[in-house]
Design a protein around this ligand. Structure first.
Ligand code: BG6
Length: 487
């Protein structure tokens, strides 16, 4: 579907009083509204099961904005106007009658777009879609946004995709990976494709390795039930990490049309070298946190978190040595790492270029004589290009120093958060930053065999103390090839 100018839209959020809506979607919509970026006459329907009176609904909206926006970004007068475009609708997602009520509420004389946002567990995606269909809520002007996780393996993802495809065509389906909406992730595309200096070097002849780390210091944050069924592999690697890898490794797309970008990402995902049973212990590490200390505070181990079975072997940490089998990337290791209860909330991509072929300077430490590009996604967004420079003064002392592009300092304006961008894109029919079905399938195709091998492996998940960078083996995974993680 080509990108349209903002249209008049009804946005209906199923699961509208849940955690995601409260913490992310409503605050993002408030920003879009108060900055005047929502198309005129947009109407938001918050749909959930409970009966809620007007006053309670307004209190819910207020709490959602005030708890999740910086104090200075909230204005009472904007909020009052924001309330006017929001309304609550009680919906039992398994009752056809609820959809008829919704249909009555949405019927208008002028044609309007309909965007259904499913912030509900994936098992409900198929049934909701077929109810929407049978109550004639779908049509050429309707679209659907699906939150992750989309299944727990290839088969379950396929089932969900099939069920949704019964009611919506692929170009009406917007699968969210919120990492793609992050400012720094888009800057990665600009960096690669709007600057000519990187492309000639962006290949195996010049790049030694790539590291992608998505580290969190939080634990399972009250989502024990979901997390224990999922684990770090399904929760983070299959989605966010592989999408970032695809953006780093893809060929330049012909343009920014959704299909051009997604075709290139897909090629990367399909070129990932399968990790075989023989390679599993050599190329992957899975860990589970035990009690430890983070920022001076004692935290409990995973097995003592609420909702986690005492015998759970779910991984909360994953490190993988991956390879993209293509001409551009032949032999270049991609080190992927993610985990909960690590020392810092820190996400970055490091592209490490090859060392100079022959070092003529005598006094140099190991970290000189090469360049690296570090793209930081969190906590601050920025790009650093590390160069080797001479320390001023007598002699030829060399040091690795950074050309530092800190987006906050340079642009001095608030970065949009991921959900602001993605909600607006879905309203405007721009699916470039959403994940296509075949991408999801290619990602599961790569991660499923790893999860299966782990299940059959005699080696159990490795413990690591909260507040450390995962099991010791993760360090070796990189050091064996002569490198180290960027910490
Ligand atoms: C979600 C995962 O997709 O991403 C969570 O389900 C994780 O487990 C979160 O904490 C991380 O997102 P962000 O934007 O906070 O890095």
């Amino acid at each position: 579907m080509s990108i349209k100018k903002p249209v008049t839209c009804d946005l209906i959020i199923f699961g509208g009083t849940g955690d995601l809506a409260r913490k992310k979607l409503i605050p993002a919509l408030y920003y879009l509204f108060s900055d005047g970026r929502l198309p005129a006459d947009t109407q938001i329907y918050i749909a959930a099961r409970k009966a809620i009176e007007n006053e309670e609904f307004e209190n819910f909206l207020r709490a959602s904005c005030q708890e999740n926006l910086p104090k200075n970004d909230f204005s009472d007068s904007d909020f009052q106007r924001f309330c006017e475009i929001n309304c609550y609708i009680q919906v039992s997602t398994d009752q056809l009658e609820s959809y008829h009520n919704l249909q009555d509420r949405l019927t208008s004389e002028e044609p309007r777009d309909r965007l259904f946002y499913l912030a509900v567990p994936p098992a409900m995606f198929g049934p909701i879609c077929s109810f929407l269909d049978s109550s004639q809520l779908t049509g050429p002007n309707s679209r659907i946004v699906l939150e992750k996780p989309l299944g727990s393996d290839f088969e379950s993802a396929n089932e969900i995709n099939e069920a949704v495809a019964g009611s919506f065509s692929e170009d009406q389906i917007y699968r969210i990976d919120h990492y793609l909406g992050k400012e720094a992730v888009q800057n990665l595309m600009v960096l690669r494709f709007a600057n000519s200096i990187f492309e000639p070097l962006w290949c195996a002849s010049h790049i030694e390795h790539v590291e992608i780390t998505l580290a969190e210091n939080v634990g399972v944050t009250g989502r024990g039930g979901y997390y224990d069924r999922s684990g770090a592999m399904r929760d983070m690697v299959q989605s966010h990490l592989l999408q970032l890898l695809a953006l780093v490794a893809m060929e330049p797309p012909a343009n920014l049309e959704p299909e051009s970008v997604r075709n290139e990402k897909l090629k990367v995902l399909r070129s990932l070298r399968p990790v075989t049973d023989q390679q599993i212990d050599c190329d992957t590490v899975r860990g589970q946190y035990t009690a430890g200390v983070i920022n001076g505070e004692e935290v409990r181990g995973y097995l003592n978190e609420e909702g986690i079975p005492a015998e759970s072997s779910t991984e909360t940490f994953v490190a993988i040595r991956a390879y993209v089998d293509s001409w551009r990337w032949a032999g270049v290791p991609f080190f992927l790492r993610t985990g909960k209860r690590l020392p810092a909330q820190q996400s970055h991509i490091v592209v490490r270029f090859k060392s100079v072929p022959h070092m003529i300077f005598e006094k140099h430490s190991d970290d000189t004589g090469y360049n690296s590009l570090v793209i930081t996604l969190q906590p601050d967004e920025g790009i650093k290009l590390f160069l080797t420079a001479k320390v001023p003064g007598k002699g030829m002392n060399l040091r690795h120093v950074a050309l530092d592009l800190d987006f906050n300092n340079v642009f001095r304006r608030r970065s949009w958060n991921a959900y602001e961008r993605l909600l607006l894109d879905a309203i405007r029919c721009d699916s470039t930053l959403f994940v296509r079905r075949d991408e999801i399938e290619a990602a599961w195709n790569w991660t499923d065999p790893i999860v299966d091998s782990w299940k059959n492996s005699p080696n159990p998940v490795k413990p690591y103390a909260a507040g450390t960078w995962g099991p010791g083996r993760a360090k070796e995974l990189v050091e064996e090839l002569g490198f180290c993680w960027d910490e």
